[in-house]
Design a protein around this ligand. Sequence first.
Ligand code: NAD
Ligand code: UDP
Length: 329
Amino acid sequence: MHILVTGGAGYIGSHTSVVLLEAGHEVIIVDNLSNSKIETIDRIKQITKKELIFYQEDVTDEAAVDAIFSNHSFDGVIHFAGFKAVGESVEFPLKYYYNNTVSTMVLAKYCLKYGVKQFVFSSSATVYGENDVPFVETMELLPTTNPYGETKVISERILTDVAKANRDFAVSLLRYFNPVGAHESGLIGEDPRGIPNNLMPYITKVAKGKLEKLRIFGNDYPTPDGTGVRDYIHVMDLAEGHVAALEKLTPGVHVYNLGTGRGISVLELVKTFEEVNGVKVPYEIVGRRPGDIAESYADVSKAKAELGWTAKRGIREMCRDAWRYECGV
Ligand code: NAD
Ligand code: UDP
């Protein structure tokens, strides 16, 4: 298949492009490099020893998107492009609402114009809000406490309505849990600009001595050790989930959780990271981070039953590969 990967120079998009190329698909990436580097494109080629086409364009730019669609005959689109920093979205809501929802609408519009019928969208477990764990796809979506989360809910609704109005349109809404780790080559991984917001990149920077210590946001949650529980998933498992979703896509809207189904606490992750990599991660316990929920983990039975996909890599591999990437960059 010929697949347009938006945001393909970014963290999840680059790993998914590797898996797509290795599965024999043609990959065309569009990315404005607002949160990624051009070198990643070369590294995808280096890992796979395959060629791909890259456009440095913004997917909210209709003329640019129209031109890309007219140059190719796509079988499907995987839409990763978007802004993802929760805190920044509170500070600059319009930037987030604009980029994340307009990009979805523009891509859907040109899919319809050019007869591209398969659309895979990067959603997030954040859409479950404070539902009880494990999160199941059939749950009612609850408020997400920040504009970033709302952009995911809105994009899901937009794509659902487009599919309702166009009966041969096939949409897969993939709700990611917490992607971590890196390609096992250490050549691509997660490289946030500035001080990381997310736990794993923060841990790797502390272990490397680039940051002094980890601040653990709260140890008074109703969880086994009091720290927050999340469903961390290896980014390569997540990438493979996209290819499974794409290859099984049929008309209509399909929602899948992509997680491992297992909750891990902050302290458990820190301890495993130290043990696997033989390094120290100094930390202190501080107050809760506003907007955080106690627990988030997936019911993964639907993806297993319908896509034949389950996460294969465990928490130790996630810690090993995240560290390998940190040491290589
Ligand atoms: P990322 O920032 O590494 O990748 C996103 C890419 O999109 C970047 O390369 C950026 O330059 C590009 N981009 C942003 N806006 C663009 C635009 N208008 N036009 C063209 N390119 C644009 O982020 P990621 O972690 O790879 O996330 C990919 C997607 O998955 C995002 O939609 C994100 O919201 C979603 N998601 C991520 C996580 C996570 O924890 N990483 C969890 C759930 C969902
Ligand atoms: N966390 C933490 N210190 C940090 C970053 C995160 O204690 O510097 C905790 C956070 O409170 C949550 C977990 O780690 O319980 C995962 O946070 P992350 O931001 O990676 O993901 P999200 O909260 O979006 O699921």
